[in-house]
Design a protein around this ligand. Structure first.
Ligand code: MG
Length: 253
């Protein structure tokens, strides 16, 4: 099933995306029971398809990406968080902060948690997974480097586009992850090249925090990271999960 959230005259609602592109309104909750209903008439404005209490992220989970910034391959997962206030919907503008001089998109596969869990063993970890979507871990690279913590550099409003849908039957084992700006494919990697696989990441983060339904784990970004400017559009694609596009705009004073 492909699950979306959409705007219904100012109210966020769950929906289901049929294989032919039809959006159906849905009742219930995706993590307990979601019941698809009638097709939604007219144009549908998608929202981010998750409302996480926590956005957990992994730094340097592709060896080639660690190398491109001169970082060693980590011996254990490097975890940081983005605030839920940084979430942006498909198509939303990403604001280039006046405080930053270098903004980078980061194309990422996103794991969506469907069941509560704490201290979950790697061999049991996939039982917590609800589905997968696409994320863009937008980063003010200069601020990330100048601050000892990554909170500002990773946490500005609009720095976490997510979507367009959560696919509950997706196989993430070996899929292509790309970021395209204009006609240029910049980032290009495969999830088979993860340093830490999804069960390892779930076990690692659940050792310190309780995972809740709707929480997400952003799995790191492949090599090819390069900056964008206002006027650019960032398109992140994960093979089999569609595309997530967001324009970059300059911050207004
Ligand atoms: Mg990242």
């Amino acid at each position: 099933m492909r699950i979306i959230r959409y705007d219904d005259a100012g109210t966020a609602r769950w929906g289901v995306l049929d294989p032919d592109g039809t959006v159906r309104a849905a009742t219930g909750d995706p993590y307990t029971e979601l019941v698809p209903g009638a097709p939604v008439e007219g144009e549908v404005r998608l929202l981010a398809p998750v409302t996480p209490s926590k956005i957990l992220c992994v730094g340097r989970n592709y060896a080639d990406h660690a190398a491109e910034f001169g970082n060693p391959v980590p011996k254990e997962p490097l975890i940081f968080m983005k605030p839920p206030s940084s979430i942006a919907a498909p198509g939303d503008e990403v604001v280039y902060p006046a405080l930053s001089g270098r903004l980078d998109p980061e194309a990422e596969l996103v794991v969506v948690i469907g069941r509560r869990g704490r201290r979950v063993a790697a061999e049991d970890a996939m039982g917590l997974v609800f589905g997968y979507t696409i994320g863009n871990d937008v980063t003010a690279r200069d601020i990330q480097k100048s601050d000892p913590q990554w909170t500002r550099g990773k946490g500005f409003d609009t720095f976490c586009p997510l979507g367009p849908y959560v696919d509950t039957e997706f196989d993430p084992t070996d899929v292509r992850v790309t970021c395209t700006v204009g006609d240029e494919v910049r980032q290009d990697g495969r999830t088979a090249d993860f340093i830490f696989d999804i069960p390892t990441l779930i076990a690692y983060v659940s050792a310190f925090t309780t995972l809740e339904p709707g929480d997400i784990i952003m799995t790191g970004t492949p090599p090819g990271v390069r900056p964008v400017r206002p006027g650019d559009t960032m398109t992140v694609a994960v093979e089999g999960l569609g595309e997530l596009s967001n324009p970059v705009v300059a911050e207004q004073a």
